[in-house]
Design a protein around this ligand. Sequence first.
Ligand code: ATP
Ligand code: MG
Length: 436
Amino acid sequence: MVKHARKVALRISIIYIIIGAVWILISDNISRTLAQGRFEVYIFFQQYKGWFFILATGIILYGLVYRRAYKLVESQQELVVKEHELQTSNQHYQSLFKHNPDGVFEISKTGEVLLANPEGEAIVGYSSEELQKMKPSALIAAEEFDMCKEYFKEVLNGKGAKFEMNVINRKRERRLLRCSLLPIIVHKQVVGVFMIARDITTYRQDEELMITSEKMSVIGQMAGAVAHEIRNPLTSLKGFVQVMQASKETNDTYLDIMMSEIDRINLISSEMLILGKKQHVSFEKTNLCEILKQVITLMEAQANLNNVSILLKETAKRPIYVSADANQLKQVFINVIKNGVEAIMEKGHITITVEEKDTRALIHFEDNGIGMSQERIEQVGTPFYSTKEAGTGLGLAVCYKIMERHQGTMHFKSGKGKGTTVTIDMPIIERNSRLS
Ligand SMILES: Nc1ncnc2c1ncn2[C@@H]1O[C@H](COP(=O)(O)OP(=O)(O)OP(=O)(O)O)[C@@H](O)[C@H]1O
Ligand SMILES: [Mg+2]
């Protein structure tokens, strides 16, 4: 700036000196030429040439200085406007940061927290100053640290990421956060990362409570049919024992039948027990058809009572594995099959087809029940929407929630009197892949 000012001043001075010098050199000749031998005219020019010079250079200097000064004032005004704009945008950013109802954390490229907004400080229970001195590993739940590192690396490459993670707060409590990570890009360079986080611990606990209580209500409804299903083999067992008691002989054929009946009772009761157990939600590599078979074992009781047969068709040549909480996935399948059974008035069937389509597993549950109109299809899944006298209308609402967690979807194809096909779609995981 100073250099530039010096240059301008120097240029003006040089122009002044050059004009002065040129005037000195040529003014006498000009006087002579204009006088054309008349002495008094020559004297007149000689007398006033100094004044003329002052006037001319004054005008030139005025022009030069005016042009420069105008530019200076103009750029100064531009600067004031830019500064105002900068202040406004800074205040916008500050509002977004300070008053955000979600926690906002500014994180360095090496993973340290540099700044947290008031909500962010409240979530973890540490101030920004304290956070600056902490290592990321002191905040993130140990088993999720590697996963978070992977997401962080992705963000440093310029991509955003969305995920859930557990942090340990000041009171040493685990808090579940739904996070979005985004790169801070300045002059096309990633200089850090912003994390926007929402504490969803209570929300998730409530959701869990709803899923569990819905499950317990379904188990309660199934109990009658299951007890009935167990009573039949018990009657035949009793019959065989009585026959053998009377004849005082053992019969191998009877014993084989008795053994298979006992196995079936054992299978049904243990499936019921597993389903009823309160378990922690944990996503594991799960064989989809195994889960379906276990569900069918349980649901056959109710299906038999309603004259419904359940058929499982596997079209995939190899086992399909999905990342799932087995218990919750069972709950979805049970609800869908139960709806199918309830939709069949006298006698019918439910066909379950499992197929592999690219990276997704598709499970179709086709029943030949009463079906649904288009308006009804649009309503299903809305909590408490039920057309049944004893229905809670929570069955499908819970299914949607569970499938959302499994990155899956549910679709209904139906027509009044034409039966219903429910299609569940979820990602397949590779056979050898490890789960986070
Ligand atoms: N396979 C189906 N065939 C016909 N209608 C269905 C089928 N599945 C669901 N529906 C309709 O969707 C509604 C909502 O189902 P949802 O499972 O959420 O609740 P519900 O079955 O009524 O009650 P609950 O599941 O508590 O017993 C049902 O009342 C029924 O009208
Ligand atoms: Mg239902």
